[in-house]
Design a protein around this ligand. Structure first.
Ligand code: NAD
Length: 246
């Protein structure tokens, strides 16, 4: 199967890193199903992505709706008779110091960032193993590798994704399905734009390459993992962080 004939689902695709992933996969010729909560942003997506016509499908959905997410994956397989790539990219932060963090902030972050990836992986994995091929990519984070003050919930969810990634890789490798994670560092998106200047200055000081990442930096790594060029790579974590995690 040529990369250009592949069908991919990207969650959290309405803006930021997810939008650039959709752009990159479309540029490889893939059909992309863009999933996001934000209906208004999804409506603008075709234009932002150069009006790719029926190569792009936009679906407004909350990835924490387990039945809805599973049904969407089944529907995509029904429509295209295949699903080659799933990118579990949707994610949120609800930062706060651990001793003051309330239960809802813990649970919601775990649900969006980690549980949704499990739901998506289970549903997509069932189809992919039947075809004996597929690539699942989970969006982890530097915080998941190293921990981060004020992000107990987020770091736990992103570390959990690494366990999910490695286990999925081990369980599905013999069925021809790969699973890898990408761990971005500090990437310029709306998620990080809201941080106070002092936090941005401190982050920049820790980046060996001395610049913040761009969403396209992450999208390139995802595109590689989605393509056949990475066909012998599974269970790995690619850091895209300017050299912070070595
Ligand atoms: P962003 O906030 O700009 O985009 C996230 C997208 O996910 C939004 O469009 C949002 O509507 C969507 N989303 C959130 N909850 C959802 C839900 N329940 N269902 C469906 N869609 C939902 O963030 P970003 O910076 O582009 O981050 C993308 C991913 O990369 C996230 O998983 C994030 O944790 C991860 N990440 C980002 C950075 C960074 O520095 N920006 C660093 C490491 C990891």
């Amino acid at each position: 199967m040529a990369d250009s004939d592949k069908v991919a689902i990207v969650t959290g695709a309405a803006r930021g890193i997810g939008l650039e992933i959709a752009r990159e996969l479309l540029s490889m010729g893939m059909t992309v199903v863009a999933v996001d909560l934000k209906e208004d942003l999804l409506a603008e997506l075709p234009e932002k992505l150069g009006n790719p016509g029926d190569k792009l499908l936009c679906r407004a959905m909350d990835v924490t709706d387990a039945d809805g997410f599973t049904a969407l994956i089944d529907e995509v397989v029904e429509k295209f008779d295949r699903l080659d790539v799933l990118v579990n990219n949707a994610g949120i932060t609800r930062d706060g110091l651990l001793i003051r963090m309330d239960d809802d902030d813990w649970e919601q972050v775990l649900k969006v960032n980690l549980t949704s990836a499990f739901i998506g992986t289970r549903a997509a994995g069932r189809h992919m193993i039947r075809r004996k091929s597929g690539s699942i990519i989970n969006m982890s984070s530097y915080s998941g590798l190293e921990g981060n003050r004020g992000q107990a919930n987020y770091a736990a969810s992103k570390a959990g994704l690494l366990g999910l990634t490695k286990t999925t890789a081990k369980e599905l490798a013999s069925k021809g399905v790969r699973c890898n994670a990408v761990a971005p560092g500090f990437i310029r998106t709306e998620m990080t734009d809201v941080l106070p200047q002092q936090a941005k200055d401190m982050a920049l000081a820790q980046i060996p390459l001395k610049r913040f990442g761009q969403p396209s930096d992450v999208a390139m790594a995802v595109a590689f993992l989605a393509s056949d060029a990475s066909g012998y790579i599974t269970g790995q974590v690619i850091s895209v962080d300017g050299g912070m995690h070595t």
